[in-house]
Design a protein around this ligand. Structure first.
Ligand SMILES: NC(=O)c1ccc[n+]([C@@H]2O[C@H](COP(=O)([O-])OP(=O)(O)OC[C@H]3O[C@@H](n4cnc5c(N)ncnc54)[C@H](OP(=O)(O)O)[C@@H]3O)[C@@H](O)[C@H]2O)c1
Length: 267
């Protein structure tokens, strides 16, 4: 039976992927900080399982604390074997004006989003390489395809993941390990709710015209991309176009975004 480890698997996109995988008969390990949220997710994911012997395990860990995530991954491998899928979905977003964002937000965002994913990958990779199979799926963001107003902390951490994934892909190809990078659009999850609390008006205007996806719809796109062994998973036409054309269309988009910013500032 296959094994998937999902960091941030207790909520949002991570949980939706875990549910879909459970429906396909996969054993699941989910990792996050809050035990009570993990327990609720475990019930939901277990209910989606199709075999009586299928297992769903929870591990309490902060992905930004190296020792904690290493221990969680080690324990999950001891229980259910090397992962066929490692999905790094744990993430946070705190938009705001650059001058007003304290450095601690930049440090924390990078610690959770970038280093939290890196630690998980480093911990799981040796067991995956021994098996010479598996796929690492890194959750980045549409905000990693073009720099967006208000996302200096979040966007940088997601751009860093893009750099990691692009370099890692070639390095792991020979050892039979696939890498995917996901650029989700705005998705209706607790992260988006939290984000909206500090999102500048300008950012709301820039991102507001794009459709908000459900976590389930994004998870379906991710699973389809995994099954096709796609390196890039870009849900929806807007993100697909941005992913292919970002360098070409950046000057036009920036001109348009600057116009929107001017509009908010003139009020
Ligand atoms: N929602 C969007 O619009 C959107 C768009 C683009 C990209 N993304 C990315 O997609 C991924 C999933 O986001 P989501 O919207 O599904 O978020 P979510 O519903 O808020 O879920 C985040 C998950 O990460 C866990 N988490 C957060 N900080 C953690 C930490 N330090 N250590 C361990 N676990 C941690 C949370 O559990 P605990 O809080 O209990 O730890 C939760 O399970 C993120 O990487 C996010 O940046 C989201």
């Amino acid at each position: 039976m296959q094994h998937a480890i999902v960091t941030g698997g207790s909520s949002g996109i991570g949980k939706a992927i875990a549910v879909l995988l459970a429906k396909e008969g996969v054993n699941i390990s989910i990792i996050a900080r809050r035990p009570e949220v993990l327990d609720i997710a475990k019930t939901e994911i277990s209910a989606a399982a199709i075999h009586a012997e299928q297992q769903v395990h929870c591990y309490v860990a902060d992905v930004s604390v190296r020792a904690q995530i290493e221990t969680a991954i080690e324990q999950s491998i001891q229980s259910l074997g090397a992962p066929d899928l490692l999905i790094t979905s744990a993430g946070i977003a705190h938009p705001g004006y650059f001058e007003e964002l304290p450095l601690e937000i930049f440090e924390k965002t990078m610690a959770v989003n970038y280093f939290g994913s890196l630690y998980a990958i480093k911990s799981a990779l040796p067991a995956m390489q021994k098996k010479q199979q598996g796929r690492i799926v890194i959750l980045s963001s549409g905000a990693a395809l073009i720099g967006l107003y208000g996302y200096t902390a979040y966007g940088s951490s997601k751009f860093a993941l893009r750099g990691l994934a692009e370099s890692l892909r070639g390095e792991l190809k020979c050892s039979g390990i696939g890498v995917s990078i996901v650029y989700p659009p705005d998705t209706d999850t607790p992260q988006l709710v939290a984000e909206n609390l500090t999102k500048p008006e300008e950012t709301k205007l820039i991102t507001g015209s794009a459709k908000t996806w459900s976590a389930e719809a994004v998870a379906i796109e991710i699973l389809t991309g995994i099954k096709r062994n796609n390196f890039v998973i870009a849900p929806g036409l807007e993100i697909k176009l941005l992913q292919v054309l970002h360098s070409l269309i950046a000057p036009i988009l920036n001109w348009y975004f600057d116009k929107l910013v001017k509009k908010v500032r003139s009020h």
